[in-house]
Design a binder for this molecule. Structure first.
Ligand SMILES: Nc1ncnc2c1ncn2[C@@H]1O[C@H](COP(=O)(O)OP(=O)(O)OP(=O)(O)O)[C@@H](O)[C@H]1O
Ligand SMILES: [Mg+2]
Length: 258
């Protein structure tokens, strides 16, 4: 299987604070991978370095074999990588379907932004619209299409964010806590849908989730466990479940789980 994402000895400092100390892992084509770890262990910062939002202090990030260290977020997005953010932000005065048609936040290029305001071919527009509706169907919320984003619950907003991330047919999706605050049954459905998408299309998904018990049961291929800016272990859900260091890291953080 080809390597879609390679992170090697990634380090990110903010002044004196070492947010990511030393992180290495690889994601292969068609893999569905979880990234977990206690609050503040550097998960989102790792995403920010991969997606070009932050420059790493040192280390290597490669997307499809391309060193992306000096690339802008929109250039990395151009390689087929799409990400979502921990804090979902939709355009509140726009409908769900309109939100889905807007390119992902902080990843569109200046030229793409400009092109948003240029007339597009009717065919192109129809295709994008059909795709947006298809994704809503797949997520089993076609009825939400014309609701205003401002009317949605937190969980529904998360769904729209996931739908938006699927537009443009990415081959690598980075999702930062997409089901935080989403009710259990819906959260499970979302994971189910992501698993099916991976199996049907061969894309790769890396998903941050703060609830370890939950992700252990959601059918991911492997889990990367971070702690204190480092990778504690990488293994299958079964391997993670029975790893002593992981259990200790989590027990040590009980009480500040968000
Ligand atoms: N832009 C920033 N400037 C300064 N410090 C930052 C910045 N972003 C993150 N940090 C710090 O880096 C550390 C790691 O933060 P990060 O958001 O990556 O953790 P996380 O694992 O995503 O946590 P959570 O589970 O709470 O989302 C934290 O101490 C955080 O306060
Ligand atoms: Mg985070």
């Amino acid at each position: 299987m080809s390597t879609v994402l390679k992170v090697k000895n990634l380090r990110k400092e903010f002044g004196g604070l070492v947010a990511v100390k030393d992180v290495s892992f690889e994601i292969k084509k068609g893999e569905f991978v979880g990234l977990i770890g206690p609050n503040g262990c550097g998960k989102s910062t790792t995403f920010n370095c991969i997606s070009g939002l932050l420059d790493q202090t040192s280390g290597i990030v490669e997307v499809h074999g391309n060193d992306v260290s000096n690339m802008r977020p929109d250039q990395i997005h151009g390689l087929g990588m799409t990400r979502t953010f921990q804090h979902t932000r939709l355009w509140r005065e726009m409908t769900v379907i309109e939100n889905i048609l807007v390119p992902p936040r902080k990843q569109f290029s200046p030229s793409l932004l400009k092109s948003l305001f240029l007339p597009k071919s009717r065919k192109e527009e129809e295709e994008r619209l059909a795709m947006a509706h298809e994704i809503l169907d797949e997520l089993e919320v076609p009825h939400m299409a014309h609701n205003l984003a401002s009317e949605l619950s937190g969980g529904q907003s998360k769904l729209v964010d996931i739908a938006r991330s699927r537009m443009g047919t990415p081959n690598l999706l980075l999702l930062d806590e997409p089901v935080a605050g989403v009710a259990g049954p819906l959260a499970m459905k979302i994971f189910d849908n992501l698993r099916k998408t991976v199996d049907a299309t061969g894309i790769s998904i890396l998903i941050i989730e703060h609830n370890m018990d939950f992700i252990l049961r959601q059918g991911v291929d492997k889990i990367i466990v971070m702690n204190g800016g480092e990778v504690l272990m990488i293994g299958t859900p079964d391997e993670v479940k029975s790893n002593k260091a992981v259990i200790e890291a989590y027990l040590g953080s009980v009480g500040d789980e968000g």
